[in-house]
Write a protein that binds this ligand. Structure first.
Ligand code: GAR
Length: 217
């Protein structure tokens, strides 16, 4: 059983997806703590409903990033967490912290990385005119939204979509691939080799997708 701490900053819908997955019989991970850097994070209530211990480590209470991350680290040790899932955790983590937890931090990002790192991903996807967007679960490296990819989910951009409707569609996929990625890791089926994550006994879709659809002959 992999003991996981989930770090959040906001509403925590991905946290909820992880809570629900961990509640399934036989799921190989459990959430030992939910830690927010923001006392108003809605996800804290979701954790409480699920009887998961919560902490707030407010970055505003610390002089600098190092002090904040040391406090975070102490909290993670207190709960004996062995693995971290960032679920809408909107603080950058310093290389020192990331290396201390090397290959033991997972993140979810609402784009097909390495495209559209950072904020406002769906606005930028729409502006850029890409035909596909999606989400990525990856192992965290010191660079923002960077690191070996575990799973990605893609969907075609409907030009009628606005950023909100597209975000909602992507979020549905996030809730599928985050628990699945954690499961693969907890089962020991993921090996990190440089920038790549190799997944044992995985099947890959054989067919490509074209968008928009081809004109019928
Ligand atoms: C999610 O869309 C997640 O992918 C994104 O924040 C949202 C959090 O929603 N994360 C990032 O942009 C990280 N770079 P949630 O609090 O409902 O899970």
């Amino acid at each position: 059983m992999l003991d996981v701490a989930v770090l959040i900053s906001g509403r925590g819908s991905n946290l909820q997806a992880l809570i629900d997955a961990c509640a399934e019989e036989g799921f190989p991970a459990r959430i030992v703590a939910v830690i927010a850097n923001n006392p108003g994070a809605g996800g804290l209530d979701k954790a409480k409903v699920a009887n998961i211990p919560t902490s707030v480590v407010n970055h505003r209470d610390f002089e600098d990033r190092e002090a904040f991350e040391n406090a975070l680290d102490a909290e993670l040790k207190k709960y004996k967490a062995k693995f971290i899932c960032l679920a809408g955790f909107m603080r950058l983590l310093d290389a020192r912290f990331v290396n201390r937890w090397k290959d033991r931090i997972l993140n979810i990002h609402p784009s097909l990385l390495p495209s559209f790192k950072g904020l406002h991903t769906q606005e930028r996807a729409l502006e850029s005119g890409v035909r596909f967007t999606g989400c990525t679960v990856h192992i965290v490296r010191p660079e923002m939204d960077d690191g070996p990819i575990i799973l990605q989910a893609a969907l075609a951009v409907d030009p009628e979509d606005d950023a909100d409707s597209l975000s909602n569609k992507v979020l549905e996929l996030e809730h599928l691939i985050y628990p699945e990625s954690l499961k693969l890791i907890a089962l020991g089926r993921v090996r990190i080799s440089g920038n790549r994550a190799i997944i044992e006994e995985a099947d890959y879709p054989k067919k490509g997708l074209i968008s928009p659809d081809l004109i019928p002959k």
